[in-house]
Design a protein around this ligand. Sequence first.
Ligand code: PEP
Ligand code: MG
Length: 593
Amino acid sequence: MPKKFDNEVVLKGIPAAPGIAMGHAFLLDQQDFIVSDRMVLPEEVLIEIARFEEAVLKTKAEIQGVKDKIMAKVGGSDAQIFDAHLLVLEDCMLIDEVKKRIRSEQCGAECAFSQVLNRYIAIFDKIEDEYIKERSSDVSDVGRRVLKHLMGESRLHDFETLLGEIIIVAHDISPSDAVTMYSKRILSFLTDVGGRTAHTAIIAKSLGVPAVLGLNDATLRISNQDYLIVDGRKGVVIIHPTEETKRLYLKEQTKIAQYEGSILNTRDVPAETQDGRRVGLMANFEIHGEIPGVKKYGAEGIGLYRTEFFYMNRLDLPTEEEQYAAYRKIAEEMNPNQVIIRTLDLGGDKFLSSIQLPKEMTPFLGSRAIRLCLEEPEIFRTQLRAILRATAHGNVALMYPMIAGPGELRAANEILKGVKDRLREKGVAFNERMPVGVMIEVPAAAMTADLLAKEADFFSIGTNDLIQYTLAVDRTNEKMAQFYEPGHPAVLRLIRRTINAAHDAGIKVSVCGEMASDQTLAMVLMGLGVDSFSMSPSSIPQIKRAVRSIKFADIEEFAKEALRLSTGQEVEEYMNNALKKVAPDFYSYEAKL
Ligand code: PEP
Ligand code: MG
C-alpha cells in the first residue's frame, strides 16, 4: 500500500524546461553508494589495494585543505567537524576490513569499500545515541568523498543503470551528467541550484523533459520515492499531491498534448508574418539522437551545433575521424539545409575530464571557448579539420564562440587558414567558401560589431552569455535570477547595434540564445530586424505560431517603443499588452490553461 499524505507540499523554483511530469523521486546525491559489483583477477588484487590507499590519501589531503581554509576564515570550532572526518579515515578497523575484503572476495576497491561502509552506517543507524548518529553522517560524507576518488568519472555512468521512470532530484547536475540522461526513463529533473540559461537547463529542453532548477532545498524536502508532480512551465513541484491535484494535472497534460498536436500541423508552412516578412527558424543541437525532433518540429536547419557535448563523458578527446563522421552525418541528414557548427565552447560551466584545466576563481571570465582553443591549437585544429571535411557533404558553416573583438577573430581565422592550406596540399575535399560566423555574446563584440562585420560572414547573437556579461549576472546562479533581464535596455541596445552593424555590412544576423524561444521577447528581436532564430526544436512551433499571428509593421513599431523603456520588466509588460491588442490570440494557449 502506498503511504498516504494529507498535505501536499508545493515548492517553487526556476522554470527551466516546459512540460508536466508525474512520478517518483530519485535522489541522486544519496545514491552515490550504488556501486556495481566488479570482480578482479588475483593478480589485480594488489593494484586495487593500492588504488584504495591512494583514494584514502587523496581524501585526507582534500579534507585537510578544506579544514585549513575554514580555520583561516572562521577559526577552530567550525573546523572541528573535519577532525571527525579525518578520524574516520584513520580508523584502522575500517581500512583493514576493506583491504581484507578486496583480497578475500577479489572485488574492485570501490565495491569492497562501499560494502564495508554501508555495514558501518547500518550499525550506527540502529544505535539511539545522538553522538553515534553524528558519526554515521561523518562516515557517509567521508565515504562519498573516497568513492568519488575511486570511481572518478565512471560515476557518471550510474545514470545508465537507473531503473524505472524516475524524477531525478539533485543538489546540482553538471551539463555532462545531464547529457547522460538521454534516456526515456527519466521523466524530469529538479535541482537546488542553477538558472534558466545554465547549460543543464538547456540540455533538459533538448531532452524534452520538464525541469525546475534553483529550488534551493529540494534535496532536503524531497525523500527518495516521494510521489511528485513537476510543472516545468511554472517552475512548480508538488510533493505528495492529493488525488484532486493529480486529476487536475492529468487534464493539463492532455491539454498540452492536444495543443502540441495542433501546432505541429504548421510544420511545413513558413514562419512568415501576416504582411509577408519571413524569419528563419533553426534548431539548436546538442546531443546525437535529436535529429528526429529537429525534423518533427520543422527546423529549417541547425543554427547552433554545441559541439562540446560531443566531447563529454569520455576520458579521451574525440579523434578527427570520430568528429568528421558525426559532423558529416548531420550535414547529410540536414542537406540542403544549413548546419552551423560552433567550435568548442568549454569552460564556464562546462568541463571535460579529458582536458585538465586549472581551477579558476571565475571560470566564466577565464579560459573559455575561443580563448581555450587559441591556447590549445592542436585540439582546435583537429576540430577544424573535421568540420572542413564535413563541408564536402552538405551545407556546413562554422562559427566561433565568445569572440571579444577582431583580434581574436583574426587569430582564429589564421589557424583556420593553416588547416585549409594543409588539407588542400593533401588533396582533401572541402568547401573553400565555407561561411565563417562570429557569435556575439560579449559586450565587447557587440560594441565592435561594425569592425567584426567586415571580417565575418554572419553573426549569431548568443543572448544567454550576452545578458550574463552585460549585466554582470552569473547565468547559473539562481539567486541572481531576478537580475537576469533579457529586456534590459543595455541588452536591447547592444542587440540593436549588432543588427544594424551586420545589415550595414550586408551580412545576416541570427539569435541563438534562449531569448529566441520566448514568444514575447522573440517579437522584440524580430522587430529589431533579426533575420533568423535558432532554438531548442520543441520551441519552434510556438514561435512560428507567434510570428504568423502578427504583422511585421506592428512589431517594428513595438520594438522601437521597447527601446525607449527603462527596465526589462517594463519592456515585457509593454510587449504583452501591445501584442494582445493587435493579435488577441497571441497568448491564447496560456489563457486556456
Ligand atoms: C548563448 O550564450 O546564448 C549561446 C547560445 O551559447 P551557450 O548557451 O552554449 O553558451
Ligand atoms: Mg554562449
